[in-house]
Design a protein around this ligand. Structure first.
Ligand code: KG4
Ligand code: ZN
Length: 357
């Protein structure tokens, strides 16, 4: 089965062709990602209108290159998948409409993929992983612990009550004067920092639920930065190291609870899996090793390039859905918000509309 995948939900314009064998094994035949960092950097964050226009300008060429690199012709495709949400609606419309046109012209099935489902299924693209597994999904818009029970079958065990984790990294970077996108910048600056200089709060530590909260930590960072002003490079490094250490400790605690809740409801998971842009962070990867070892489970994290947004994850989720007989009509709407777990409720005290709980 050969599937073309298209990703345009945020500031990456991406397309890829992935092959799925009947035994569930996978091969990435092409994977092209064009980050719009240069377009958005002057504004310190993603500007939705600029993103949508850039997707319009870039997408056709990127699809053409992805098809060329894969050596696959359009008539040979088993389906075309696009991220139909959640995300910035202008970009989602560009990707989904393009996929519909390809599906119509080449008479091939359309698969409207939930961007979060694509992150959730990525580990099955890179290794032979059986359901059910426990997913830690941490991106710019989401921070969740999810029981992945099967294709299209997800139960949310925990979520953020305010900021998403990637969003917190981005905001901390911005308040320290580091360039956008902030996550990798904070990680880099933290390497030379003293994580013990500041005693930042460890939010939600010891709570019996598996939810996250990051806005209090972010405020503590803001207060400290304002107190020191003007910041020297060593101050910035120390703050980044202290912030990252607090995130790591809180994450380890929240995930330990999440794994316990998973086991109570579904038995032992086949693995602890991390996905989404924040999973590209090497320090987080290290902390998760400890969590998995303590819970006596295996840790699986896709390579960094497949953790951040890309077309291969959309193509793969499309192939998984297609193999399960799930396709979509050309009337399928683009969706700015789209929960992975249809039964999930907003947690008590939920305060953020961007985090998409
Ligand atoms: O999954 P993703 O590429 O896009 C979304 O679906 O949001 O995640 C992007 C987020 C951004 O907030 C970015 O700052 C964060 O992931 N991120 C990182 C790192 N690389 C990307 N956060 C911390 N450390 C990193 N190395
Ligand atoms: Zn993403």
């Amino acid at each position: 089965m050969l599937v073309l995948g298209i990703e345009t939900t945020c500031d990456e314009t991406a397309a890829a062709v992935v092959e799925r064998q009947a035994d569930g094994s996978a091969r990435i035949l092409s994977n092209i990602v064009r980050s719009q960092t240069g377009e958005h950097a002057p504004y310190g964050g993603v500007v939705p209108e600029i993103a949508a226009r850039a997707h319009v300008d870039l997408l056709d060429g990127i699809i053409a290159n992805a098809m060329k690199d894969s050596g696959v012709d359009f008539p040979a495709l088993s389906g075309v998948a696009a991220a139909a949400g959640p995300g910035l609606i202008g970009g989602v419309i560009v990707g989904l409409t393009t996929a519909k046109a390809i599906a119509l012209v080449h008479r091939t099935p359309l698969i409207a993929v939930n961007h979060l489902e694509a992150h959730a299924l990525t580990p099955r693209l890179t290794c032979a992983l059986e359901f059910p597994y426990c997913l830690f999904l941490a991106s710019g818009g989401h921070t969740q612990i999810v029981a992945v029970l099967g294709v299209g079958n997800y139960v949310r065990l925990g979520t953020t009550v305010d900021d998403a984790m990637g969003e917190a990294f981005d905001k901390v970077a911005k308040m320290l004067g580091l360039p956008y996108p902030g996550g990798p910048q904070v990680e880099r600056a933290a390497v030379d920092g003293d994580a013990t200089r500041f005693n930042f709060p460890r939010p939600m530590l010891g709570r019996p639920d598996a939810n996250f909260s990051l806005s209090g930590l972010k405020t503590a960072v803001r207060n400290e930065a304002a107190r020191i002003d003007p910041l020297e490079p060593q101050d910035i490094s120390d703050i980044c190291a202290g912030f990252q250490a607090a995130v790591l400790e809180a994450t380890a605690d929240r995930l330990s609870v999440g794994l316990k809740l998973f086991e109570e409801r579904f038995g032992p998971p086949s693995a602890l899996v991390a996905a989404g842009g924040v999973a590209a962070n090497q320090a987080i990867r290290g902390a998760l090793e400890g969590v998995a070892a303590k819970a006596q489970t295996t840790l699986i994290i896709p390579p960094p390039a497949l953790c951040t947004d890309n077309g291969a994850m959309i193509a793969w989720a499309g192939a998984e859905r297609l193999a399960a007989g799930l396709t979509d009509t050309l009337e399928t709407p683009p969706r700015a918000r789209w929960l992975l777990d249809a039964n999930a409720q907003a947690p008590a005290g939920f305060a953020n509309t961007r985090a998409g709980f």
